[in-house]
Design a protein around this ligand. Structure first.
Ligand code: SAH
Ligand code: SF4
Length: 346
């Protein structure tokens, strides 16, 4: 079976080269080519034809193909549906901020977690993405938009901590000096709360930003909207978050999708504030994106303002996340669902 060469670290590549009788410096050359986004071994012009043939026999290079692209008329946000050779497809979104370009990439094809407000959660799970498939999303976007990405958020399709080893490997590759060299401080990882993996991640002491999708102040509401909460309840989750903050010295960002009449009352805000008291954290409020069939509606703006003021009075900082690309359904999972429907009606 061919091996996924784009998911190997420079060190591993050195070992691979040694095993096929090649000198170690070859690994450095090949690693740089791979990280620069070549799609075939033939593009590696400083590698001998003989070695290129050897590579073709033993390895494959994964890449993503743009199946569909939507560009927002408001703010140039670009949303892509990217496919892999096995026919699976994921979404990635490229956003322009004043400090540069941020890419929101997927970590799995679908998701097992089944959150009731989420388009990805509704479409079920197909498979994990490999580290090289995560990198290839960034490369496809950079090439298409002719820009350099400076920030990454793992907030596309999938639960990053349910694909822990591959995500960690991706983080190391993307931040490596001879790779895209995007520092951990420019990366955010969002999780629905896979508690054991939060402890594991704390041990890695990475400088990335951990976002925790909380979306409810108590187990009653959270278990209804996020099935993972039936396994790891809020107390357990917040205990892991405290451990993470203590261990890494990094503050956590809590995501909270505001759903009309479900989790947006002032009582919910004060319950949330009392739970988060004393934690180094920030709350990001997001008016929920309406996904067909859920019956959920966005909270009204005055409700959101009132929610923020309760949090702030309790000393918790909160902001409403700017929604980019609202005309192109930039929140993940929605493009793929629309695309599938189109395919069916053809
Ligand atoms: N699985 C991870 C990361 C991907 S989802 C997680 O759940 O954190 C990225 C973010 O989008 C999460 O905060 C998720 O809760 C949120 N999200 C999903 N569906 C949404 C919707 N319809 N409206 C607003 N936010 C949503
Ligand atoms: Fe999965 Fe995150 Fe969607 Fe929940 S919100 S179903 S964890 S992608």
């Amino acid at each position: 079976m061919l091996k996924d060469i784009g998911s190997m670290s420079e060190e591993e590549l050195k070992e691979e080269m040694a095993s096929v009788g090649e000198p170690a410096y070859r690994a450095g050359q090949i690693y740089k080519w791979l990280q620069s986004g070549v799609k075939s071994f033939d593009e590696m012009t400083n590698v001998s034809k003989k070695l290129r043939e050897k590579l073709v026999e033993n390895y494959y290079i994964s890449f993503a193909t743009i199946e569909k692209k939507l560009i927002s008329a408001y703010d140039d946000t670009r949303k892509y549906l990217l496919s892999f050779p096995d026919g699976e497809a994921v979404e990635s979104v490229l956003m322009k901020y004043h400090h540069g370009y941020t890419s929101c990439i997927s970590t799995q094809v679908g998701c097992k977690m089944g959150c009731t407000f989420c388009a990805t959660g509704k479409s079920g799970f197909s498979r994990n993405l490999t580290p090289s498939e995560m990198l290839s999303q960034l490369r496809a976007e950079q090439e298409d938009a002719d820009i350099r990405i400076s920030n990454i958020v793992l907030m596309g399709m999938g639960e990053p901590l349910d694909n822990y080893e591959n995500v960690l490997r991706f983080l190391r590759l993307v931040s490596s000096e001879n790779g895209m060299n995007i520092g951990m401080r420019h990366i955010s990882l969002s999780t629905c709360g896979v508690v054991p993996r939060i402890y594991d991640l704390a041990e890695e002491k990475l400088q990335l930003t951990l976002s925790v999708s909380l979306h409810a102040p108590n187990d009653r509401i959270r278990s209804r909207t996020m099935p993972i909460n039936r396994k790891y309840g809020i107390d357990e989750l917040l205990k892991a978050c405290r451990y993470y903050i203590d261990h890494t010295g990094r503050r956590i960002s809590f995501e909270y999708a505001m759903i009309d009449g479900v989790n947006d009352s002032d009582a919910c805000a004060s319950e949330l504030a009392s739970r988060l008291r004393g934690m180094i954290c920030h709350v990001n409020l997001i008016p929920v994106n309406t996904v067909g069939g859920t019956g959920y509606k966005k909270s009204r703006m005055d409700r959101i303002r009132s929610f923020i003021s309760v949090l702030e009075k309790a000393g918790i900082t909160a902001t409403v996340r700017r929604t980019l690309g609202s005309d192109i359904n930039a929140s993940c999972g929605q493009l793929k669902r629309a695309y599938k429907k189109e395919e069916k009606t053809e």
